[in-house]
Design a protein around this ligand. Structure first.
Ligand code: PLP
Length: 247
């Protein structure tokens, strides 16, 4: 089974398309990588990015859509409104997981506006972190109850098929709103390198959906996979730079 990945390239090798490809491969499925943007970054800063022309993104998707059995698509960094519109048209009919990437954890913008991200919400499974959920819902989130409120607003007002709000910025509990029901996925802080974990989570979600699991179970599995990858990243980061301070 193939998983289509529409995302940006991180020169630091932690997030974006490279993390997505590794996730899909590690979970035993075939990644189909479609590039939206090139970023210039390292783990401490995003210096800037360049978006590809929307026709280039469109042609990449068209080249593979008819030739592979695509179980799901993961959409990450879009960069621009024009790319978002092209991706929406070209992925119509696929099970879509949208990681609504807006800013890097270092505070750099990775899309021209929140409106560009909203283009793809209708009918998608959306995986915002707390700041992204605040931007999409217009609500302030300080508790698990407020995460639930925001998830409901994003589903009911913006038309998402399902909303998973990741609790990494708050309590490590994730919240899912799907078909009128709320689910909680308790977690705990895992020490390690967290750059790119949002990318890994949404890619893992797309893989488990492609494998045929129901949504609540895909969230549980993707969450455990991310926890494992954070633990692994600690060793990896120290292997690259023994002086890297993680704790
Ligand atoms: N670069 C790219 C291409 C991304 O897609 C993302 C997040 O999705 C980031 C950077 C930022 O990653 P983080 O927020 O983990 O720093």
């Amino acid at each position: 089974m193939a998983v289509l990945i529409v995302a940006g390239l991180d020169t630091g090798g932690g997030a974006g398309l490279k993390a997505d490809i590794e996730t899909v491969s590690a979970l035993g499925e075939h990644p189909l990588p479609v590039l939206t943007s090139v970023t210039y970054q390292n783990p401490s800063e995003v210096r800037g990015y360049h978006t590809l022309p929307p026709e280039v993104v469109r042609e990449q998707i068209r080249a593979v859509r008819g030739s592979f059995k695509i179980g799901a698509v993961k959409i990450g960094m879009l960069g621009s409104r024009e790319i978002a519109e092209a991706v929406k048209q070209e992925t119509e009919g696929l099970t879509r997981v949208l990681d609504p990437v807006m800013e890097s954890s270092t505070g750099a913008k990775l899309v021209d506006s929140v409106e560009s991200v909203k283009v793809l919400i209708l009918g998608s499974i959306v995986t915002p972190n707390v700041p992204e959920a605040e931007a999409l819902s217009g609500l302030k989130i300080r508790s698990i109850e407020e995460m639930k409120e925001a998830a409901k607003v994003i589903a009911e007002e913006l038309g998402a098929e399902a909303v998973v709000i990741k609790g990494g910025h708050l309590s490590y509990t994730d919240v899912l709103y799907w078909k009128g029901k709320l689910y909680e996925f308790p977690g705990e802080r895992v020490e390690g390198f967290t750059h790119g974990t949002g990318c890994v989570f949404s890619s893992a979600l797309a893989v488990f959906l492609a494998k045929g699991f129901e949504l609540p179970e895909t969230v549980e599995r993707a969450k455990r996979f991310v926890e494992g990858s954070i633990r692994f990243s600690k060793a990896e980061a120290r292997a690259v730079n023994p002086l890297w301070e993680l704790e």
